[in-house]
Every structure is written in C-alpha cells, then in structure tokens.
Design a protein around this ligand. Sequence first.
Ligand SMILES: Nc1ncnc2c1ncn2[C@@H]1O[C@H](COP(=O)(O)OP(=O)(O)OP(=O)(O)O)[C@@H](O)[C@H]1O
Ligand SMILES: [Mg+2]
Length: 325
Amino acid sequence: MKRLEVRGLQIGFQTDQGWIPAVRDLSFDLGVGEILGIAGESGSGKSALALALMGLLPSNTQVRGKVLFQGGDLLQNNAESWRKIRGSKMAMIFQDPMSSLHPYLRIGDQIIEPLLIHGLANPKQAREQALACLAEMGISDPKTMLQQYPHECSGGMRQRAVIAMAVLAKPDLLIADEPTTALDVTTQREVLIWMQKWIRASGASLVFISHDVGVLSEMADQLMVMYLGQGVERGSLVEVLKRPHHPYTDGLLRSLPAMQDRNAKHFYSLAGHVPPGGSIPSGCSFHPRCPAVQDLCRTTEQMLEINQERWTACMRAKEGSWKSS
Ligand SMILES: Nc1ncnc2c1ncn2[C@@H]1O[C@H](COP(=O)(O)OP(=O)(O)OP(=O)(O)O)[C@@H](O)[C@H]1O
Ligand SMILES: [Mg+2]
C-alpha cells in the first residue's frame, strides 16, 4: 500500500542570478512502513525535496507537481491544513537539532508540545510518554533531561530530544534530513538502530536523507539516488547495492570506505564536481562526469523503467550494462 506519491515535482528558487532548479521532474512512491533512503551529493536537491514534503519552503520558491498523502495533494494545502497535519500526521527531523529547539525553553516542554497542540495527550500523559521515549533511546536520566535547557545537553542528547519530539505524536510519515550527521559514530549508530526499530513497530513510513550511502545501506528498504535535482536511480536497497543501473550510483558505492581496496595506492573517488545551481548540462545531466559517456548521452535524457519498483535515468542500462564499455 502506498503512503506517499510524488509526481512530477519541480522546485525552483528565485535568486539574483535567476531561477535555480533545485528539483526537476521527480516522481516516486513510498509504501506503508517503508524506509526510503535518499542519497546524493551536496546540491542534489535532497533538502529542497524534504522541505517541499513538509510545506516549509521559503517564499522565493516555485513548486509544481503533486504530492499525494492520505487522500489529498499536499501542494494544495493552505496554512490551516498544514497546521493540522504537521507535527501529528507527518513530522520532520532536521540535521541541526538547534534549528528545531528553542534555546530558552526547557527540553521537556518542547518535546511534549506537539502532543498538547494536537490534543493527543494531557500534560501528565505527555510527560510520561516523553520519559519512556528518551529512556528507550538510551538517555540514562531522562527526568533530569526534561528539566534542562538545550545548551545544558550534549549534541547527542539534543538530537534525541528532536527525534522524540517528532515521533511522540506517532506520525504516519517521518522525514529525516541528515538526522545523525552531527553525531559521533557510536551515538549515530544507537540513534539509527532506535529509529529503525521505531519505524518497524509503528508502521510509519520514513524518508531518510543522507549523503552517506553507508548509513543508508544499514537503514533503508528502498534507495533513491538524486543528482542535480533528479532521481537517477530507484529500487530496493539490496538490488541497487548489488547491481547499480546508473554510473552515478556505481561511483557513489565505489567511493564508500568499506568498498575501497586497502592495498590500492589511491582511494577511488567520483571524478568532477556537481555543477553550481542553475547550470544543468544538456542531455543526461551526469554526462560530463560519466566514465561511460557516449555521444547520445550529451543530447538525450531518458528514464528507463526496469520493473515497477526499479528505474534508472541511464539509457545505456538497457544495452545490458554501461559497465561493459
Ligand atoms: N533558499 C534557497 N534559495 C536559493 N537556492 C537554494 C535555496 N535552497 C537551496 N538552493 C539551491 O538548490 C539546490 C539544491 O539544494 P539542496 O539544499 O536541496 O541540496 P542538498 O541535496 O540538500 O545538499 P546538501 O547535501 O548540501 O544538504 C542547490 O543548488 C542550492 O544552492
Ligand atoms: Mg541538504
């Protein structure tokens, strides 16, 4: 069953230099209880997508397409409709916990606020739920933490507070944009394991954004790779990791530390850079960096459906494999 359907999503930012296309004609589905990992280098449009899903894009933005969630198109929501569903039916976890926490309010009051605003619990029940949630996430003294102000807590504690704030209302859709990037490796692992367990137990769906395919490979059921505002590959995590159908995915995977040959003289890294916003190459937008580029790729782009669950923006995938070149 589908929880979210994104169709032909386009996001453009108006700047002094003109329009910057941040997301270009993006379509994908997210199933009930599914974790969709979204990977891609900086500037590929991951955060713009997340903000569009939550209705939080700044006013210098133009958005087109459809985002279907629970029978309605989120892009048609007015402020009142957003207020009703944001924090209850859907919630977001940002990379920087300080952007979600008010510096002068106690952690406890902030965590329980969504429950109170949406009338989902009384203050006593909300506090109990917050305590239980923080304890489950490995906070040793959650009672004290609820009384503290954000600056009195470590980065790891603050991020767990933000996660608790997002999940306590039991949203059906959770969007996490680099939720653990700022944490040390051990804390990151703990938090990720907890989030995965929470998704499995609650039946919620998660869009998990990270530039780190290694993190996604431990979390996600499905993987979508973005490049310059487009989804260039999508499929089940296992399938994509085993047999990437796009040279960009292949490059990202080969750049992973775990995939590197320890005896090699040089570590593999993707050649070239993401061009600056606004300058989209012709044809397949990855062609200037593609190790298997052919003439047709410079002028033509094509989305190839391998099966219902699996697509790639590399037209050469149909020849068997671009790797054979
Ligand atoms: N508010 C804004 N105004 C103008 N341009 C923007 C704005 N936000 C993002 N952009 C541009 O849109 C494009 C996509 O940015 P976005 O932040 O979505 O990328 P990202 O994939 O999240 O990158 P990162 O991995 O660095 O977080 C970039 O070219 C960026 O410069
Ligand atoms: Mg981002």
